[in-house]
Each structure stands twice: as C-alpha cells, then as structure tokens.
Design a protein around this ligand. Sequence first.
Ligand code: F0G
Length: 351
Amino acid sequence: MPTWPGIIRTYREFLPVTDATPIVTLQEGGTRLLPVPQFAQAAGIAARVFVKYEGLNPTGSFKDRGMTMAVSKAAKAGARAILCASTGNTSASAAAYAARCGMKAIVLLPKGNVALGKLSQALIHGAQVLAIDGNFDVALDLARQICDRHAIALVNSVNPFRIEGQTSAAFEICDALGDAPEFLAIPVGNAGNISAYWLGFQRYRAAGRATGLPRMLGFQAAGSAPIVLGHPVAEPQTIATAIRIGNPASWKTAIAARDESGGAIEAVTDDEILSAYKLIARTEGIFCEPASAASLAGILAMNRRKPFPADARIVCVLTGHGLKDPDRAIAVADPVVSVPADLAELERHLR
Ligand code: F0G
C-alpha cells in the first residue's frame, strides 16, 4: 500500500495551493471511519453510526489538517514564527508543525484549563508556552492583537487556510462511504470545524464527488453554549476543556452550516458527555477526549427524543484522542486496586 502523503497532496485540487507552495506535513489525515454497531445498540440507536477517529492524526487531533495548510502558507510568506491561542490541541499541533519546518511557535493558553497531554506536546516540541489569566476568548483576543503588531503568523482558525485544510475530513468521509452521510455530528467550540466540514461537503458535491449533503448537527457543552443561547457566555464552564469557549470566532458560519443543511446546534450536559465518553470506550475500544464525546452524547439525546431512521448513516466526529486528557479518564473509571504479590490474594480479587 502506498504511503498516505498527507491532506495537501491527496486533495490538492480542492485546496488553495500551487506548485510553489512548500508543503509542511506530518502526513496528517487519512484517518479511519469506523462503524460502531455495539455503541449504537447499547445506545438504542437503530441507524448506522460511524466515527471519524481524528485522534489518529499525528498530534492526536483534527487540528493537524488545518495546521499543515496554515504553516505551509506561513512558510511560503516567509514567516519565521507562528502564534495561537488555544484550549490545548491547536497549540500541540502548532508546536509540532513549527518544529517540523524550523519555525518558532508561541502559544497562549488559558491558565489551569488545558489537559495534560496537550500541554506536554506544546512543551516537548519547544513552543514558548504562555499561560494567560483568562479564558480562551481572552487569549484569542490577545493573540489577534499581537499578530497585528508583530511579524508573527496567527494560526488560529480565524486564519482561512486552517478552515481550508479542515475541509479534507469531509472529503475523506465521502470517499469512505461512497457518498455523503445523512447526518454529521460534531462538537462545537470556536466553531471553525463545523464550518469547514460544511464547506467541504458542499465543495465535494459541486465537483460531482458526492450526490448528497448531510444535515449538520453541532453540539456545545451546556455551560459553554453561546450559539444555543444566542449570546456570548462571559465565563464558560465545562469539563470538556477543549470546547470551553464563550464567544466563537466562526459563529456566523456555524449558524449558516446549521440552517443551510437543515441541521441543529444543541447543548449537552457534562454528565451526558462523560457517559457517552465511557460508553464508546467500553463498547468499542475507542478512546476519545471528553469534548469529542459531545458528538456522541448529542446524537444519543436526539435519538431519545425522535429516533433516527434505521437506514440513515450518522457520522460522529471524534475530534481528539483520549490520551490527551488522561486525568479525566482516571477520574471517571473504576479505581486501581492494590493487591499483595500473592496468588491466593490475587485470586480473591478476580471478578
Ligand atoms: N474538539 C476538540 C478536541 C477540540 O480541541 C476543539 C477545539 C473542538 C472540538 C472544537 O472545534 O473550535 O473548530 O469548533 N479546540 C481549539 C483548540 C479551540 O484551541 O485546540 P472548533
């Protein structure tokens, strides 16, 4: 099997690149689309459910799809440094892609609210890590101001090349299924990814590579649900720290994706998120981070209200790997049991 060359080389006809664009890649994308029938059965969903397992990207989240484009374009423009505000995954990806091409990365993180795996990635790749006394929205505002004042490329999803790169996931789903699914369920934070998927599905259909379009189903955490509420949330709260965002940058395009596709953007509680997070791990052997499980929690809640048709295909985007946030997994799972090094004692503990 030939090696997957990354999303730019695979989908270059759909992306704004030329032969002169230097391609900075870690061979991202090409992630599995896995059927999850045991999850669906345990959840009482008759429809065919798939997960797009984005945790399989080089840095463990979907951010790599946009970062290969944003960093390639920054390199083309002669940038020596990139910067982002991040709830964690963007910073991990920016740090890795900067390392890959010898650039400097600076990341602004909301202090105390970034999962350990993500922080360790930004640090080991040599990014300058600055923890801000404020939430993601505050950090993004500062990031924009710094990049306006200095010769540093901003690689948040307000950078249009990030969105362009992220369209590739929609192409892959259509390629894997032979057409677009009927429903696409996705967690919503800064709202770039839902916008990118919708753009991708539309572009693929316009090119004759798919015949249909999915209904876009976006899910925010209940304590951080500005789009659902219809106004910004000053102090967003949720255990799903990746989507702890109160004023999404791509708010308008997310609403357009919802409305043009005949979809919905709803809120799911932290309890619903954690229960879906455990269920997919136990029934399918798939480990995603809590924010990713918002897509699963969302379709569970919708299906309870009104079951999805049995012949429908639902693709849930699992945006990040479970190892990103090991503390949460340990907190919600059964505890480790200490046992003396003795056969009889061990046997007493078997269950
Ligand atoms: N899932 C995960 C795991 C994320 O890290 C993010 C966003 C989202 C979902 C939401 O995607 O922002 O495009 O709506 N993480 C950003 C970051 C904010 O800084 O890593 P979105």
